[in-house]
Design a protein around this ligand. Structure first.
Ligand code: DSN
Length: 481
């Protein structure tokens, strides 16, 4: 459980009083969000609860400074304090992950991925092209040569995990910029095991010949072997880019070690700070020394001015993650996910890949005759917050879906252990079994409407409240109405 500094109640009540005097609706929404987060079983795999020191660090005047550029090399005067903040955050990130280089400016995970892609394009394509054309920078290029360079960028190929197999939008999905700026080919999972098939991936990569091989996921409930990914990248001359946004906390907490730790195998790694890593909302990039200079061009290449107050909070979160208690937390996240998966399986719930060995579980709700679009709100009505998600080869597509994704990082922060997660599994299974689709006007089972058997949602909410009361969020933080 994360500690509450003793002054927190007074600080937050004074702050809310000031906000109230300017715009009461914002004060009300802020109070209500705490009430809601305290009152529900938060199982969204990508969410967590940051510590109060992390939250407080975001609210300072560091926000008011512009500082485009890099440490010691800014486009604005007077950036000495931002330089300190960024240096300290980057130092903690390097130490925490054992990385050669850390860039802590990205504002989000998607920004971090864009910095990664453009730094790879810059290193692999732009630099050799400029050399070939006898130019130092793109400013030296004649318009025709610049056109050639632009066209060369557009012909590059990326290979990442498909969205339905658990990959992220930014791994080449056609409605994301990554699917438009690159020629892309997705890899999926083995239809029998649900696992990444590395031999098949190698064969596909040999055929497609990507410049960039993306490893990482948002909804794959298993670990990745990054040594295998490195071999595949090397076999086809690709740069290995790992998106560890979801599992950065398990890397930081030394649950993923050896071949399951991307550091040392990947050329470039991007991540968020707010998921399993439990920091402020934001992103960062790790890189080998070879890629560091091009990653450092993230601002102004891709990013606007760095958010200095958020970089400060990242430093606090990285420092927190370097404490031994974070390793216990990360191990508990994985142990709890296993308890949750076992509890669901024991109660007859079908899971993609038959279980988990990371922080998330993907339920296939189709055996209940439900879509994710029905299961998600039925669970929400019952006090259980999840998100619907595609499953591999999902017949219901990305909107209705056939899955519900659940993760353990947030409730583990609240202090839940395996027993509590077994009870959570019982509650989820109970709601899914009590939910039935409402027949659509065409006589077919509907994809959106549902009913829950009488009393189940109320009883589940009461049972959830018992678990939540025993594991309070920010204990000691008393917010006045
Ligand atoms: N929104 C994040 C997630 O839920 O996985 C990724 O963008």
């Amino acid at each position: 459980m994360i500690e509450t500094p003793s002054a927190a109640s007074s600080i937050y009540n004074q702050l809310l009083g000031v906000i109230e005097s300017i715009e009461p609706r914002i004060a009300d929404a802020t109070r209500a969000e705490l009430t809601d987060q305290r009152a529900s079983l938060k199982l969204i795999a990508s969410e967590n609860y940051a510590s109060l020191p992390v939250l407080l660090t975001m609210g300072t005047w560091l926000s008011d400074k512009y500082a485009e550029g890099t440490i010691g090399h800014r486009f604005y005067a007077g950036c000495q304090n931002v330089d300190t903040v960024e240096s300290v955050a980057a130092e903690h990130a390097r130490e925490l992950f054992g990385a050669e280089y850390a860039y802590v400016q990205p504002h989000s995970g998607i920004d971090a991925n864009l910095v990664a892609y453009w730094s790879i394009l810059s290193h692999r394509i732009e630099s050799p092209e400029l050399e070939r054309l006898g130019a130092k920078t793109v400013n030296d290029l004649a318009e025709d040569d610049w056109e050639i360079l632009r066209a060369t960028f557009n012909q590059q190929r990326v290979m990442g995990m498909s969205l339905d197999a658990g990959g992220h939008l930014t791994h080449g999905f056609r409605h994301n910029i990554s699917g438009k700026m690159f020629r892309q080919h997705s890899y999926g999972t083995n239809p029998d095991t649900g696992l990444i098939d590395y031999d098949q991936l190698l064969a596909d990569a040999r055929e497609f010949k990507p410049l960039i091989l993306v490893a990482g996921y948002s909804a794959y409930p298993r670990r990745v072997n990054f040594a295998r990914m490195r071999e595949i990248a090397d076999a086809v001359g690709a740069t290995l880019f790992v998106d560890m946004a979801h599992f950065a906390g398990l890397v930081a907490g030394k649950v993923f070690t050896g071949e399951e730790n991307p550091v040392g195998y990947a050329d470039v790694i991007a991540s968020t700070t707010h998921k399993s890593l439990r920091g402020p909302r934001g992103g960062f990039v790790l890189a080998t020394g070879e890629y560091a200079p091009s990653v450092d061009r993230g601002c102004p290449m891709v990013l606007g001015g760095p958010l200095s107050h958020i970089m400060a909070a990242k430093a606090i979160a990285f420092a927190e993650a370097r404490q031994p208690s974070f390793q216990s937390y990360a191990q508990a996240v994985a142990d709890n996910a296993k308890a949750l998966a076992d509890g669901l399986l024991r109660r007859g719930v079908k899971l993609v890949t038959g279980g988990t060995d990371n922080h998330l579980v993907l339920i296939d709700v189709s055996p209940f005759g439900l879509t994710g679009r029905q299961a998600e709100p039925a669970l929400l009505e019952s006090g259980i917050v999840t998100n619907r998600n595609s499953i591999p080869r999902d017949p219901n597509g990305a909107w209705y879906t056939s899955g519900v994704r659940i993760g353990t990082p947030a409730l583990t922060t609240r202090g839940f252990g395996p027993d509590e997660f077994d009870r959570v599994a019982e509650l989820i299974a109970g709601v899914l079994k009590a939910t039935t689709p409402v027949t659509a006007s065409n006589g077919q089972p509907g994809k959106a409407k549902y009913t829950i058997a009488d009393g189940v949602a109320e009883r589940t909410r009461a049972a959830a409240a018992e678990l939540l009361d025993a594991n309070p969020l920010y204990p000691g933080l008393d917010i006045e109405p």
